[in-house]
Design a protein. Sequence first.
Length: 341
Amino acid sequence: MKINKLYILLILLVFVTKGLATSIIPKLYLPTQNTASGTSNWVITNCATNNESNDYWKMLSGSLLTTSTLDLTGYTTIQIALELKSVGVITANSDNIKVEYWNGDSWLQLGSNLYTTETAAIQTVSLPFADAVAKIRLTAPNADAFSGAGILSVEITGTSSPNPAPTIAISDVSTSNLNAAIGESDSETITVSGLHLTADVGLSLSGTNADQFSLSANTISQSAGTVANTFTTINYHPTTLGSHVAILSFSTGGFTTINRTINGSATIATGLKKNDSLLQLSKVNGNLVFRANKGELITIYNALGECLLSKQTLEGVNVINSPSNGFLVVKLGTKSCRIIL
């Protein structure tokens, strides 16, 4: 089994839009003599509309405008723009508007109360918080039953945070070469890691000789957008003689697939194992001379992996006439050697 030590960083390049100020919820407003818009994200309590021109909500004693629960964690530079005017005969700051923020535990006032005038004008409040469970509440704390403030519109905007580009880092398999005899196998281990992922990493094999290879896993799961260093094994188990090529592909989140070539070379099985030790053997007048214990099995193969001779040995020095000239592989128990006669 091979474990590569060379790593390359493969970056999936995606188009990342710069953060733009957008409406977090639809704008709440009441067009003149028309149906109110944006009310689905607000709870409107004791807020009558102006009966004369139907263009604002009256904020009198007991009036409340409260948003539904908002997740603000993906936004920065959050602004609340309110178009306000005074209503009725103003006494003791009855036309003030109080803006509050719910952080999941308690209500917090944002700045000071907003003063209004008879002429509608837009006032802006900055929101220094961005909680996952948030609400905005508007009240007229000094209003009475006849005088207070009018709200023509409310718009909550924020700059959405751009998502970082996903990255995948894998061990370099661009020059992967696996070798095995038919019926045996070879393998290579690669390491996969990733950041800022939106989906699991998928691995697949394709190509004419894909059936000569397999993977220990076809999916590597991400957690919170991250894949820690994860080992995956490429197995080569040839069933036909010769060279084999396959394509190993990595994909995630619908982005561009990364392809790498895997090469394999298959030979005819000789019975030799990678951990066989060296057999001490001499060549004398075309004979093979070696020491062995009684009853051991000696096997001789030619260059094609064909068995030419297989017999039991004698105790001590053995002399065997070579069954062929040329390249030979001689195996005795767990020992082996290659010779040319």
